[in-house]
Design a protein around this ligand. Structure first.
Ligand code: ADP
Ligand code: MG
Length: 572
């Protein structure tokens, strides 16, 4: 784990060494000060040479100034190192999330992922900077101060050293406690974010059901749990701070008492005594540093563990090593004995066999939950089949590069997802390098042109989060325009107009008909009136494909389809 962590430093070796060297230098200056005082008291003070004393003071001032400069470098460039590493990690994680498959997002909460990208990585960044540097400096100061103390008086130094194991034991003790607390804290924050995400995202539902009280209670459960965990971590922190404070004062007192005795025995000069006392303070200083490290290590490592975990989640659907780029798919689709289930045991689709020809429009009908959407989502490999296979133009889709396969397939769904930018942004999503002229052409084909032209901001109109500022029909038209721009040879319309009122629906049907012209089209429709003219109608039930044929044929056959048709016909 540590080795893996260290690998992130590689691109910033220069920065790392610069920071490290400055920190070491500053550490040395820190050690030099007590020695200077020692010399001052023992040599300069008795001589009463004011000229020399003035020079000594100027020299000290210069050293302080240098130290201040070094500290600036360490603080600024050191944090730069941390933020660079954090940025790299965040980018890597985001890139990885883009690769993960639908099933991953079925099972993971947005809020959790958010907190990994923000909170977790912030802590890791702090650790990346402070971690190795502070530990090293702490050890260096500890060893350096001790060596100098040995030089001044080894007996007194050894006496003081007796207290070191106690310090180390305390450090380890608190570090362990903190790790545990922070692990809990992070998962609490993640839960917290997930809850807020759910609540705000579903606010329209919350308020329309008037369930605010319920939501408040649910939120407070998380809120209080977070409070408890945070309190625990503060408790540990407080205990740590107080105990190490007492320990530090104890060391000072200890040195004062023993030192006085040594001075009386004339084994120590006054200057050495003062120098030693100052060194002893430098010696215990690292405890404070170690305290900080104790705080940043567990936080950082708890975050890093979760980071690695997520990074090691392999995408379920990925390119095979020998996958080829496909261009200009024609759209001859074949499902060969396809079986699939979201959970292992229960299969949604069992032994599906189906051939769809280039340019054909095939409509899928059947009871809700029969697996129509599932069947269609296998085509762009949102999920991979459990058994059997799907081919396009005779090639297994698993042998195609995922990107190129998906470029060839367009999907328009019932609940259109629009990004919270402008209309232009959203249409352009179909073809990132599309020009405004192409954009307007697509809008025209989707019969969106007059609407756009009527807006004061035109294409630059903000659509709001998920497109809340547009009507259902307008959103659907944006989605259709986006698809005209993408221009895929294969098209899937999954209940694309079910959410619309009848009038809007029939208006949009026209755009859809134009969109599916010349493409292999799979239509899932709820209202049978909209698919009468399909080349073929496939009835999907829990047992798979139960019948298929043209509208009239199926009506005549008197099976499932004709029953459905009669039911709907009587209703409307
Ligand atoms: P249809 O589109 O015919 O109404 P679906 O293909 O959406 O049906 O769903 C088929 C079955 O698969 C349903 O029982 C549904 O509960 C289940 N299902 C759909 N999506 C998922 C999913 N992401 N994870 C687990 N089960 C799912
Ligand atoms: Mg469906």
């Amino acid at each position: 784990m540590i080795k893996r962590f260290m690998s992130y430093y590689k691109p910033y070796k220069g920065l790392f060494y610069l920071d490290f060297c400055c920190a070491i230098f500053a550490g040395f200056l820190e050690l030099g000060f007590p020695i200077a005082v020692n010399q001052f008291v023992d040599k300069l003070l008795p001589g009463k040479d004011w000229g020399l004393i003035t020079w000594a003071c100027i020299a000290l001032l210069a050293i302080y100034a240098l130290n201040a400069l070094l500290n600036y470098v360490v603080t600024y460039w050191g944090h730069m190192l941390g933020i660079n590493i954090e940025t790299d990690m965040r980018r890597k994680l985001f890139d990885h999330i883009q690769k993960l498959s639908f099933r991953f997002f079925d099972n993971n909460k947005t809020g959790h992922l958010m907190s990994r990208l923000t909170n977790d990585l912030m802590e890791i960044g702090e650790m990346a900077h402070h971690g190795p540097e502070d530990l090293f400096i702490a050890v260096m100061t500890l060893v350096g101060a001790f060596t100098l103390m040995m030089f001044i008086n080894w007996k007194l130094a050894l006496l003081t050293f007796v207290l070191v194991p106690l310090m180390i034991w305390l450090a380890i003790f608190f570090s362990k406690k903190m790790t545990k607390a922070f692990h809990q804290l992070f998962s609490d924050i993640a839960d917290f974010n997930a809850r807020v995400e759910d609540n705000v995202g579903g606010m329209r539902v919350v308020q329309s059901f008037a369930n605010e009280e319920f939501e408040k209670e649910q939120f407070q459960v998380n809120n209080l749990r977070f409070r408890l965990t945070k309190l625990l971590s503060y408790k540990i922190m407080a205990a740590n701070i107080s105990i190490s404070y007492v320990l530090k004062r104890f060391v000072t007192l200890f040195v004062m008492v023993c030192g006085t005795w040594f001075v009386i025995q004339q084994e120590l000069t006054i200057g050495e005594f003062v120098g030693f006392l100052l060194l002893a303070n430098v010696f215990i200083g690292p405890i404070e540093k170690i305290n900080q490290v104790i705080e940043s290590y567990p936080k950082g490592f708890a975050g890093f563990k979760r980071y690695v975990e997520l990074l090691e989640t392999d995408p379920e659907v990925a390119d095979r090593p020998n996958a080829v780029v496909v261009e200009n798919l024609r759209g001859n689709i074949e499902f060969k004995d396809v079986s699939f289930g979201y959970e292992n045991e229960s299969k949604v689709l069992k032994h599906i066999n189906l051939i769809i020809h280039e340019g054909e429009t095939v409509a899928f009908v059947g009871p809700s939950g029969a697996g129509k959407t599932t069947l269609c989502s296998l085509l762009p490999r949102f999920y991979d089949v459990d058994a059997g296979g799907i081919t396009i133009d005779g090639r297994d889709i698993r042998d195609m590069k995922l990107n190129s396969l998906r470029k060839g397939i367009g999907i328009v769904q019932q609940d259109v997802f629009l990004f919270s930018g402008t209309i232009r942004d959203n249409i352009k999503y179909g073809k990132m390098d599309g020009t405004d002229a192409e954009l307007m052409q697509a809008a025209k084909q989707a019969q969106l042109e007059s609407f756009i032209l009527s807006l004061p901001d035109g294409l630059d109109t903000i659509v709001g989060e998920r497109g809340v500022k547009l009507s259902g029909g307008q959103k659907q038209r944006v989605a259709i325009a986006r698809m005209f721009l993408k221009n895929p040879p294969i098209l899937i319309l999954d209940e694309a107009t079910s959410a619309l009122d009848t009038e809007t629906e029939s208006a949009i049907q026209q755009s859809l008909a134009e969109l599916s012209h010349g493409r292999t089209t799979l239509v899932i429709a709820h209202r049978l009136a909209t698919i009468k003219n399909a080349d073929r109608i496939v009835v999907v039930t829990e047992d798979g494909v139960s019948e298929q044929g043209k509208h009239e044929e199926l009506l005549e056959a008197g099976g499932h389809y004709s029953r459905l048709h009669h039911a709907q016909f009587q209703m409307t």
